[in-house]
Design a protein around this ligand. Structure first.
Ligand code: ZN
Length: 274
């Protein structure tokens, strides 16, 4: 079990958690609530462009934990795969512009494509862009997704697979993102976290709602589902990880809330249930 969290110094909120807010509203809302860290989703910088978004973020004093998300490497046909790699190079450039040290990779999958083929295309895709990441001093982080997304979002569905990819790629610029939502069920979780060790680049939290009514947008506030988050955080921190704890909740219910009240609710749940 992890040591209790007594303050919000490591709290980070994803802009998708407060999806109805524009980037400017999210920045203002997090600063007002004294949330020190922010992870920015690419769709939230579209309205401004990365350069302007970077200035807004620097002016705010918020620390940027990561840019979400790159990835989606597998595709049918070489031209489409090259386009995906170019998009990842752009994501890396955007990360530089907004001061994000990390791009999180939702690695991708294509319905009907053999998963083993998709996984090889993911490895090849990351390999093709890693020198760009290294030159930009931006880390790339493979986030394994829950197996329910294996059809079209990610062919990387366990920490074991992500660890194997990190080993195969063998670059200090490539590591993993642990999201309790995606890996809480995994009987190999503790062992694979230990194996990941210092290659754990980032850590996402939310909770698993029962019953889950939507595969994508029905995640729960921490403490309101069945995931033992403190236990998993304890395992993550045993590896030496002391980075931001990122609250990433896609929830139709919570997006209906007054987002200012939602941020306060996140802050309370962070202290009681993470
Ligand atoms: Zn995540």
């Amino acid at each position: 079990m992890a040591e209790k969290l007594h303050n919000h110094s490591r709290l980070c909120i994803h802009t998708m958690t407060t999806k109805p807010w524009s980037l400017q509203e999210a920045i203002d809302g997090y600063v007002r609530a004294e949330v020190p860290n922010i992870t920015v989703w690419r769709n939230h910088i579209e309205d401004y462009g990365a350069k302007k978004a970077g200035k807004m973020l620097r002016d705010s004093g918020l620390r940027v934990t990561s840019l979400c998300r790159g990835g989606f490497f597998p595709a049918t046909g070489a031209a489409a795969r090259e386009a995906a790699r170019d998009d990842n190079r752009r994501a890396i450039d955007e990360a530089v512009a907004i001061g994000a040290p990390l791009v999180v990779l939702v690695c991708g999958a294509v319905p009907g494509m053999e998963l083993a083929v998709a996984r090889q295309q993911i490895i090849d895709g990351i390999e093709a862009v890693v020198s760009h990441a290294q030159d930009a001093k931006v880390k790339l982080s493979i986030e394994p997704l829950h197996p329910m997304y294996a059809d079209d979002r990610s062919a990387v569905n366990s920490l074991e697979q992500a660890n194997n990819m990190v080993m195969a790629l063998n670059s200090p610029w490539v590591g993993i993102t642990v999201d309790v939502y995606h890996c809480w069920w995994d009987p190999m979780l503790k062992a694979e976290l230990q194996r990941a060790g210092r290659t754990i680049f980032s850590f996402h939290v939310c909770d698993w709602r029962t019953p889950t009514r939507d595969l994508l947008t029905d995640r729960a506030m921490m403490g309101e589902g069945c995931i033992d988050i403190p236990r998993i955080r304890g395992w993550v921190e045993q590896t030496g990880f002391k980075g931001p704890i990122e609250v990433e909740i896609f929830s139709n219910d919570l997006w209906e809330w007054d987002q200012k009240k939602l941020v306060e609710r996140v802050k309370r749940a962070y202290l009681t249930s993470v």
